[in-house]
Design a protein around this ligand. Structure first.
Ligand code: PSU
Ligand code: MN
Length: 299
């Protein structure tokens, strides 16, 4: 295991599954470029992570980002898939889990995404058989990266997801909020472990965790900007319908999340897509600010 080398450079990792599988073309490409631009405008350095011809890259070129946005059949690479794409020299889009893994090895401490994966809901039809737990949770438990997100995706079982994080020692910070955000909505009604109101506040907790030698990441949950939020009661029937369709189609494993995000966007006349784009850009800004504080302190 390579120890993370702290650097004075304010770098921010970005994932590529959201580009290849989370958003439709051409908005996926625009979003990828906008997130990088936001981070640069804040004075930090974006490093979009992905896999090209089997190589793990933290800092894709614009052409490589475009390739992952437009190419059909790019593999969604979770941890279990890393040895496969490496051995077969394939291209791949990295999830939160694999982006964390690669970021830590590149010495990048901060990563901006949309919503982390988590524990999927039990429904009437899959009761007792649903055991879809995102590898993102396990990665947060063991890999030392600050993940800036808008909470866990509202398609998930949020209480179960937070319980898992607690069990595995992952501190959950509410950024400017006491409530865990629910991706499209600003609040899930569930409490976070601590509220932080500034990047310096987050940096204090991160450095304290590192000083104690505690493994794992830190989850910084930032509510979607108010003007683009969809109140939970409004989006919930849409989420329920999309989950029912996924269950009916017997979707499995890595297919589930991309299907749900796409279907919810269709059913909500793209309102969910607008919220998703908005929260991704907002998270890029917050992540850049945290990276700047960390870089100043280690300079
Ligand atoms: N955030 C978004 N859209 C996405 C994702 C995050 O706004 O598509 C991706 C991330 O890559 C995350 C993945 O790791 O969804 C979760 O997939 P699964 O539930 O299969 O672990
Ligand atoms: Mn899954």
């Amino acid at each position: 295991m390579v120890e993370p080398h702290l650097t004075a450079e304010p770098r921010v990792a970005l994932e590529s599954t959201v580009i290849s599988h989370g958003l439709p073309y051409p908005r996926n490409l625009q979003l990828a470029q906008e997130m990088e631009a936001i981070i640069r405008a804040a004075g930090a350095i974006p490093r979009t992570v992905g896999i090209i011809a089997g190589k793990m890259i933290a800092g894709l070129t614009p052409a490589q980002v475009k390739h992952l946005a437009v190419a059909p059949n790019v593999r969604k690479v979770s941890r279990r898939d890393l040895p496969i794409v490496a051995a077969r020299q394939q291209d791949g889009a990295t999830t939160v889990a694999t982006t964390m893994w690669i970021a830590q090895r590149a010495g990048i401490e901060v990563f901006a995404t949309g919503g982390i994966g988590g524990i999927h809901r039990q429904t009437d039809t899959n009761k007792g058989t649903s055991s879809d737990v995102s590898a993102d949770l396990q990665e947060l438990a063991q890999t030392q990266v600050i993940v800036v997100c808008a909470g866990a995706k509202a398609i998930l079982d949020l209480p179960a997801t937070l319980e898992y994080l607690e069990t595995h020692g992952v501190t959950v910070i509410g950024y400017g909020t006491d409530d865990f955000p629910a991706f499209y909505s600003r609040s899930s009604g569930l409490p976070v472990d601590v509220r932080c109101d500034s990047p310096a506040d987050v940096a204090d907790i991160w450095r304290a965790k590192q000083a104690m030698g505690l493994p794992g990441g830190l989850l910084v949950a930032v509510p979607v900007p108010a003007h683009d939020e969809i109140p939970a009661a409004e989006i919930e029937p849409t989420i329920a319908q999309a989950i029912a369709e996924a269950t009916h189609q017997q979707l499995r494993s890595a297919e589930v999340t991309p299907f749900l995000l796409r279907r919810i966007a269709e059913l909500s006349s793209e309102r969910s897509l607008i919220a998703n784009l908005s929260l991704l850009k907002n998270n890029a800004q917050v992540a850049a600010e945290i990276a700047l504080v960390l870089a100043e302190r280690s300079a």
